[in-house]
Write a protein that binds this ligand. Structure first.
Ligand code: GLU
Length: 593
């Protein structure tokens, strides 16, 4: 069977079968990979000269405290990410990876630091292919030791601290150590995420069960949840920095844990001491393009999300004669189409640039964007556009990879009093990553973001696994500039849909000047191959149902879905920053006047 069809077949069945109702306010359902809080209505907002938005109140409070103590936005990111490792372990942590976009006021420069998980230097191209030639099912792969990439988060935070931090490294970790030791009250989403992990499968992980399902059941909602082993790990990292994580006791224990979990009759390739010791954070060139009078900057490959956002914005700008209007059917049609074209290119041309050159300049050049826009029809949707042929791709003969799943990611944004701005997306890939725990930390399964098949019909796939490669990501932290100054920072979790959420949010903010509160709460439109997906509860079923009907007339196959975006947004107007956290998750905004 064609590996692509096999892969889709493998993944679809378990996904549709996995649905369970829980006594904690929401249904956990694999069609919406992160468990979302259906009961949450209030949108957290805040304004001031310094603003923090993270996915968890404890992390936002701790990061604000860091700013109050004179820390920079970078210090606040370190505080927030280490606290999230404790309180939102289903989404990100030191056992995962991250991308940081950072505007540094002193040098007046935008930096892109890549702390993405990396495959072992021993990784084989056929890591996800079985002996009979079929590829692993996603469920199988996501719990395999082979899915765990060398975590990059600690190295990224350390590197960021060396460049942009002011408070002592240790000071930035104190709060996370205290919370891990003294405990925190489990949030509804934390508990639902444990249930979701159970649903995906935890039988391979006694360490997960011991920590998150004590006595075989969910932790009590009414008692403090402690993670003393993680407190000890964080304490060691507070003392010894990145060196402790990659070469010290934490590294040794991680390798022991991985090896203990090998099965004698079927050992798999996993990361080695050298892989850990040699992990590197890459400084990359931010990817920027204009949208009307703004300059939108985001993350380059291995992010495919960034390319996709810039392409979609560009195509939309070429085609829309006026600024976006929520009540204009054409605009929704054009937005959906521009997302489809963005998706077609990222799944074809983007992979880790260490393998072959991604035709990046070609993909976002004005002439190419215009050429792609001309293919879009005003009277008919094009369900599955083919990838284009950007300049620089002439010598590449590749196959497209199928969409990936996702679920365990967080986004945070910080602006400090001096005007440093951080837009940071961290991830462990699936909910609780591989569901394997080492030293109290959730270990990622990020290598399932590689294409499972390395080629289709003899043509290689850009995002295939290989030694020291970083898997293509949808994560796309964004910072927007006007007249050379940052005016907006945004990002979101949400797997493949991340660029769809962010593109729409950017258009709503920049074209409509909507306040962040409105932008994060308005309903999403997204696209899948052959379908246009509207968020359940949207106006498209009520006062604006004419839009849905018109889209249908243009051939859109309309589907309804819940979305679990986690937008974190700050927007500067008249010198004051305004922030909002997506009401679909548990985020909070904190600020200094
Ligand atoms: N692993 C995914 C990526 O890097 C993100 C998953 C998610 O957003 O939940 O693109």
């Amino acid at each position: 069977m064609n590996p692509l069809i096999w892969w889709i077949w493998q993944i679809r069945w378990p996904i549709t079968l996995l649905t369970i109702s829980l006594p904690i306010n929401a249904q956990v359902n694999w069609t919406s990979p992160e468990s979302l809080d259906l009961t949450r209505k209030r949108v957290s907002t805040g304004s001031g000269r310094a603003v923090v938005v993270t996915a968890n109140p404890l992390a936002s409070d701790a990061a604000l405290m860091t700013l109050k103590q004179g820390g920079t936005a970078m210090d606040a990111v370190i505080t927030a990410q280490t606290v999230l490792t404790v309180v939102e372990p289903q989404s990100s942590g030191l056992g995962g990876g991250a991308f940081l976009l950072y505007w540094d006021v002193k040098t007046k420069r935008l930096y892109a630091l890549d702390g993405r998980e990396t495959a072992s230097s021993h990784a084989k191209e056929d890591a996800w292919v079985k002996s009979d030639g079929s590829v692993f099912s996603w469920l199988e792969a996501s719990r395999s030791l082979s899915a765990i990439g060398v975590p990059g988060t600690t190295a990224l935070l350390w590197e960021g601290h060396q460049r942009f931090g002011r408070l002592p490294w240790r000071a930035n970790l104190n709060k996370s150590i205290k919370i891990a030791k003294d405990g925190f009250m489990p949030s509804p989403r934390f508990l639902r995420s444990i249930s979701l992990a159970q649903l995906i499968g935890i039988n391979h992980s006694s360490s997960f069960k011991a920590l998150y399902l004590p006595d075989g059941s969910l932790p009590s909602q009414k008692a403090l949840f402690r993670n003393p082993i993680l407190a000890a790990t964080l304490t060691r990292i507070a003392e010894g920095g990145a060196n402790e994580f990659y070469r010290g006791e934490t590294a040794k224990k991680l390798l022991i844990d991985l090896n203990l979990n090998q099965t004698d009759n079927n050992p798999v390739q996993t990361i080695t001491a050298d892989d850990l010791a040699n992990y590197q954070v890459y400084e990359r060139e931010p990817l920027c393009r204009s949208y009307r009078s703004w300059r939108v900057c985001t993350f380059p490959p291995p992010s495919g999300g960034g390319v996709s956002i810039l392409q979609s914005l560009g195509i939309f700008e070429v085609l829309s004669e006026s600024k976006f209007s929520e009540t204009n059917t054409w605009h929704w049609h054009l937005l959906a189409e521009s997302m489809r074209f963005g998706d077609a290119d990222r799944s074809h041309w983007v992979g880790d640039p260490i393998d072959w050159p991604v035709p990046l300049n070609g993909l976002i050049s004005d002439s190419y964007i215009k050429q792609r826009a001309q293919l879009i029809k005003f009277d008919k949707t094009i369900f599955s556009p083919l990838p284009g042929e950007p300049k620089g791709s002439e010598s590449l003969d590749l196959a497209s990879q199928p969409r990936t799943t996702g679920g365990g990611t967080t986004h945070l944004v910080v602006v400090d009093i001096e005007g440093n701005v951080a837009s940071y997306t961290g991830s462990v890939e699936t909910v609780f990553g591989s569901r394997r725990i080492s030293e109290g930390m959730v270990l990622n399964n990020q290598l399932t973001d590689f294409s499972f098949a390395s080629s289709i019909s003899g043509k290689p796939i850009a995002n295939r696994i290989g030694p020291k490669k970083r898997p293509m990501s949808s994560m796309a932290p964004v910072i927007v500039f006007k007249n050379g100054r940052p005016v907006l920072a945004i990002g979101s979790p949400g797997g493949w849909l991340i660029p769809h959420y962010i593109t729409t949010a950017l258009i709503r903010t920049l074209d409509l000047s909507l306040p962040p509160k409105e932008v994060v709460s308005r309903k999403h439109l997204s696209v899948r191959p052959n379908e246009t997906v509207l968020e359940i509860g949207s106006e498209w079923s009520g006062s604006h149902s004419y839009i849905r009907k018109s889209l249908k007339r243009l051939g859109h196959q309309i589907k309804w879905s819940r979305f679990s975006s986690g937008l974190a947004l700050i927007y500067r107007q008249k010198g004051i920053w305004h922030g909002a956290a997506d009401p679909r998750r548990e985020g909070k905004v904190t600020s200094l006047p």
